[in-house]
Design a protein around this ligand. Sequence first.
Ligand SMILES: *Cc1c(COP(=O)(O)O)cnc(C)c1O
Length: 423
Amino acid sequence: MHKATLDYAKQQDELDELSMYRNQFHIPKDKNGNELIYMTGNSLGLQPKQTKAYINQELEDWANLGVEGHTEAKNPWLAYHEFLTESMANVVGAKPIEVVTMNTLTANLHFMMVSFYKPTKTRYKIIIESDAFPSDKYAVESQLRHHGFDEADGLILWKPRKNEELLRYEDLETILEKHGNEVALIMIGGVNYYTGQYFNLKRITELGHKYNCMVGFDCAHGAGNVELNLHDSGADFAVWCTYKYLNSGPGSLAGCFIHERHAYNKDLNRFTGWWSHNKKTRFNMRHEFDVLPGAEGWQLSNPPILSMAAIKASLDIFNEVGIKKLTEKSKKLTGYFEFLLKQLGEDTIKIITPVNSNERGCQLSIQVLNADKALHNKLTEAGVISDWREPDVIRCAPTPLYNSFQDVYHMVDKLKDILNKKN
Ligand SMILES: *Cc1c(COP(=O)(O)O)cnc(C)c1O
């Protein structure tokens, strides 16, 4: 059977042992009730059908128990974040003591910089990727200003070479050879949101540590998408959100990783609140501050339980499937997507995401020759939900939990139709 046929895609779906998980998600529909081809799990993941029941449980316990729910709810609220820790640690390849779910992503990034960006007069610079996600760039710039440094001087950009899209490790090495002893922090998007390039976190960390820099990653596009192995990477910290590949709902809480080597370091400066304090004496309210060990010691507030319930609903699915099986399917699905796109002709389509499946997750960033946003709009009219980034990139992320080989087939087929009509 030829690979570039709908029959082949259908066969792959039949062979796929994770195909039944699609049915555990609400797939958005068009006005006529037809399922859309949803390729933006990298932006907002779809809703698991079980999320409503998880949230309802907490609404009911709140209705029936009021404040007693903190200890008497089916899932007592005081400890609710602990119910997420182990699954979250599995998703990002960390030890439970290294992981906590709290705040939102950019907020966590700032809290991590309070602890791990400790500039001195001579070592104060921060390295980020040149096309870092805007929020990350604004966050590090404001940290520089907060400490009295000039962002034009303090920010070093790791840039692609001329006429290239992807970043090369040799160029980061060159930056460090030149500026290594001025750099306080390297903060990189673990999977770049624009190109989909998945960096070798361990390699970057080892390089940074060789020059005594702190190293942190924003894994917003990595968590739930690739096997991050955060513990083994040796990174000092990492942050991520849960509303992209982790399907926990718009604006839901974020994750935070602090490497075990910092877990018992009470001297590490940090911003604190009552939730960073020893659980046993937290409610005595009069004690000297006694920080919790591990990532939990960076919490500030009692967390929003309704949002945590949505995270639990999603993580229970990830736990059941396992990130290994998920990434195995992901490589097949994205590999098939890449194969079909290439059939459209390499002079029309350029995929800027790395070709090597170990250097990317499920997202492909596609440049279409002479395309503008009109192409993206036509795709939307044809029922494909994708993401447009100026100047000329369509980002599509077939996620292994709920996207099918048929989704991928139909997406490329519709793109082909649109391109044919244009010519
Ligand atoms: C999605 C994303 C953000 C968004 O930040 P919020 O604080 O959740 O609004 C920031 N950085 C990266 C790299 C992202 O992918």
